[in-house]
Design a protein around this ligand. Structure first.
Ligand code: URA
Length: 202
């Protein structure tokens, strides 16, 4: 259990927006926090903003976000009404060796973790989806997405499931049985079932 730091979601969001001492402040990239419904019972945690998210100020609005919305919609979740979407790291890590951006490192994930936990506590979702290894590292402090995916973990009265990151699916397009896409479909259906059981929204 993480320490309680803020009274309201608005307070956490304001504190994040005011950050000047975070490890990515010097990168000059924008603070990007959330999209969707703060009263949603389903919360999804991503990795970090990419270039499009950095420009638009919202998570998952680039190609991975478009695929994420399709996956949610396939399970009859409305991404704006039924889900609150955040990341593990709230600024885009700047690229190295000519790349636009890079994966967040351990220190960055550690720094933003208390904010992620405070957002979760104050939004109070019943079901949480962790997309990819960075979100697993932030919330579960372990990685190994191919083993962790599709398995429920109970945490502080919530049901948490790691799933693949949509960027991984963009790189693995096969739909054959046992492919990452087929596994994602199994996982999102399992999430829908759990959500319906817990919220009575059949
Ligand atoms: N990938 C993420 O994990 N988060 C975003 O906001 C965009 C891409």
């Amino acid at each position: 259990m993480q320490p309680t730091l803020y009274s309201t979601l608005a307070d956490v969001l304001a504190a994040l927006k005011a950050l000047t001492n975070d490890p990515l402040a010097g990168a000059g990239t924008n603070i990007v926090i959330s999209r969707g419904n703060p009263n949603a019972k389903l919360l999804l945690v991503g990795e970090a903003p990419g270039p499009q998210e950095n420009i638009k100020g919202k998570p998952f609005v680039g190609p991975a976000g478009q695929l994420l919305d399709k996956i949610l919609q396939a399970a009859k979740f409305d991404p704006e009404r039924d889900v609150y979407i955040i990341n593990s790291v709230f600024r885009m890590p700047p690229g190295e060796n000519g790349a636009n951006f890079r994966k967040p490192n351990d220190a960055e994930i550690d720094f933003y973790r208390p904010y992620v936990f405070e957002i979760i506590r104050l939004v109070n979702p019943r079901v949480i989806l962790l997309t990819g290894n960075v979100a697993c590292q932030s919330i579960l402090q372990k990685t190994g997405i191919t083993t962790l995916r599709g398995k429920w973990i109970q945490m502080d009265g919530r049901w948490v499931m790691p799933i693949y990151h949509p960027s991984y699916l963009l790189r693995n397009q096969s739909r054959e049985a046992g492919s990452p896409k087929a596994q994602m479909w199994d996982d999102i259906r399992a999430a829908r079932k759990k959500y319906d059981e817990l919220t009575g929204a059949a």
